[in-house]
Design a protein around this ligand. Sequence first.
Ligand SMILES: Nc1ncnc2c1ncn2[C@@H]1O[C@H](COP(=O)(O)OP(=O)(O)OP(=O)(O)O)[C@@H](O)[C@H]1O
Ligand SMILES: [Mg+2]
Length: 223
Amino acid sequence: MVIELKNVGKTYNAGKDEEVKALSNVDLKIGQGEFICIFGVSGSGKSTLLHLIGAMDTPTEGTITYDDVEIGKMKDNAQSRFRNDNIGFLFQDYALIPYRSVEDNLKIPLYFSKYKPNEFKDIINKRLEEVGMSKYLKRRVSNLSGGQKQKVALARALMCDPSVILCDEPTGALDSASSEEILKLLLKVKEQGTTVIVVTHNKMFENYSDRNIHIKDGHICEA
Ligand SMILES: Nc1ncnc2c1ncn2[C@@H]1O[C@H](COP(=O)(O)OP(=O)(O)OP(=O)(O)O)[C@@H](O)[C@H]1O
Ligand SMILES: [Mg+2]
């Protein structure tokens, strides 16, 4: 899937006192299977850009297309279906349900997918194996380390075989050894043909990405 942003802008609370121009004039074309890092100081618009790319929010200016289709013009349920089938998210705080098992957490995206309940077990096992967490299937998430939680969150993001995975500071809460493990897993995801887009402050990522994008006051420049 080719993702293309043309002259994209995002203004929060337009016309009000608290108006914020978070992004302006963003032109960006992302090819299938690219590994892209986005850097920038706090408040520069990184998460806003990621949410727009992930069709979690709509731009106030410009257009975003996925293989030439504009998702903003689809009906709500078609948009949700598109996101569930094509886009995986990974967050700094894992966004797992802490008091449930790894297995229960991994089932959630499958309920909204094309897969049938009798296929869930195999898919969950396959994804857990990919992130090296097979033996933790029945473990409560709250009893895992941060690095282990992020591996489970990555398995969840990959559950429906997305064409792109969007990561917002995925190693922001991790020690350097766990960060390196997550980086290696993301590189493996890329090797399998998935597009990987990572917002990060972690300089280690810079050396492994295909492209590094720097964002400053809502404007992007590539380096
Ligand atoms: N929902 C919102 N409503 C109003 N303003 C917002 C909203 N989300 C973000 N902003 C503002 O838009 C600007 C960009 O925010 P964004 O979260 O994209 O920055 P960021 O680069 O991800 O920062 P950080 O590194 O701290 O996560 C900031 O000024 C922020 O306060
Ligand atoms: Mg952010």
